[in-house]
Design a protein around this ligand. Structure first.
Ligand SMILES: [Zn+2]
Length: 415
């Protein structure tokens, strides 16, 4: 292809948009969005509680290591760290608010357009995601380093930009004499020395560098594939935030929308596409909290506090991480059920109790394509068992064979 061929190909694609349906079931997506959004809010609430308790504990010098006590060289950090975490919680709350499930009650064919998603929706959601992943990665980096020059760089670069255009009244309300002097000192440093001066330092300037650094410092290290996922999210969200050609075209062309419907009511392909992206972003950010952000908060606490004071907080953060990972795994999972041979194909209505708490009623005609849970998107696999046995003993305990006749004296692990 020459340059004109390439330009022709681009022109045809940017002017004709297919009406595209998402690859997942909208009802399942909405249920999973609700579930992960609630999990995210639980994580924010938990970190908020730990933040309050840590802030209080650090008021007492006996809970601080010597370097962080009043006479120590790192004494400002017990005041700085709570502020950094509080900033992180604010941006996470914004993200949680923007990733709530669609409100479908009262939606009819006549007003289904209220579910339509376009440029404003995509731009707000992805820009907020970009803010979360960017600022929490920077915060995590500072929490792991707790280094004066690196923190000075982080704040002074931000302050320098803010000061360029801020109104006099905000400047007066926000800037005290100390910070003005610090900014004046920073402005005396030539631009090419900002990243390595006597008062400032930045060894990992890009997002990717910070992610790699964090993954090398966390113990246990998060799985490496997740670092690539974060870098990909950063690039993807930059494309939206900086109004890239492709993202703007995709989200701003209305296209023809066919009205879909399910048991709850009508919806549009754009609603479903948007939900797919929302769900993927929710999963990545919630995993990011579990795998990176919470462990970095824990790292800072363990650096600043003696072991006896830090342990309760770091244990709580570790258990939050485990809790998030375990709960995320219950979505879109594979579950296996033992079923008495011969039952499939009869007119029996088979009940499959999913691990998420919902019961799938697999009714006649039993369609194998319908073997998934509408509540959590998990696939339900059936393993046929011959003979008259009532239970199969698994590593998780005894499991009832569906369709078998047994005395009901096994509880707990019975499904
Ligand atoms: Zn389920």
């Amino acid at each position: 292809m020459n340059e004109h061929d390439v330009l022709h190909h681009i022109a045809s694609n940017l002017s004709e948009r297919n009406s595209s349906a998402a690859l997942s079931n909208y009802e399942v997506l909405s249920n999973n969005i609700k579930y992960v959004n609630e999990l995210l809010k639980f994580a924010i609430h938990s970190i908020g509680g730990i933040h309050g308790a840590v802030t209080h504990a650090m008021d007492d010098p006996s809970n601080l290591n010597n370097d962080f006590k009043n006479a120590g060289p790192l004494a400002p950090f017990p005041r700085i760290v709570p502020r950094v975490i509080a900033n992180g919680l604010v941006i996470l709350e914004k993200f949680a608010q923007q990733t709530e499930p669609d409100e479908r009650s009262g939606v009819t064919i006549d007003n289904v357009s209220r579910l339509q998603k376009g440029f404003m929706d995509y731009s707000s959601l992805v820009t907020t995601t970009r803010q979360v992943v960017d600022s929490l990665t920077s915060d995590s980096y500072q929490l792991v380093l707790l280094d004066p020059r690196s923190f000075n760089y982080h704040v002074l670069v931000s302050l320098n930009s803010f000061d360029k255009y801020v109104t006099p009244s905000i400047r007066q309300a926000l800037f005290n004499k100390d910070i003005s002097e610090a900014l004046a000192e920073f402005r005396r440093i030539p631009f090419n020395k900002w990243a390595n001066s006597s008062v400032t330092q930045c060894s990992h300037s890009s997002f990717a560098d910070k992610v790699d650094f964090l993954f090398s410092r966390l113990n246990p290290p998060p799985e490496l594939g997740f670092a690539d996922q974060l870098k990909d999210l950063f690039k993807f969200s930059s494309e939206f935030t900086h109004i890239g050609y492709v993202s703007t075209f995709f989200s701003s062309s209305p296209g023809t929308e066919v009205v879909f419907g399910d048991d709850i009511g009508p919806y549009l392909p754009s609603t479903e596409n948007f939900s797919e992206l929302k769900y993927q972003l929710l999963q990545t950010i919630t995993r990011f909290i579990a795998r990176v952000y919470a462990p970095c908060i824990s790292h800072a606490i363990q650096t600043m506090m003696p072991q006896a004071s830090a342990k309760g907080f770091s244990d709580s953060l570790a258990s939050l991480t485990n809790d998030i990972e375990a709960r995320l795994k219950t979505r879109n999972n594979q579950y296996y059920f033992f079923i008495k041979k011969g039952l499939i194909g009869t007119d029996a209505n088979i009940e499959l109790p999913c691990m998420c708490g919902a019961t799938k009623k697999w009714t006649v005609p039993q369609d194998k394509g319908d073997l998934f849970c509408r509540n959590c998107g998990s696939h339900l696999n059936l393993l046929e068992v011959e003979g008259d046995g009532g239970y199969i003993i698994t590593s998780g305990g005894p499991v009832k064979i569906i369709g078998s006749v047994v005395r009901r004296n096994l509880t707990n692990n019975e499904r």
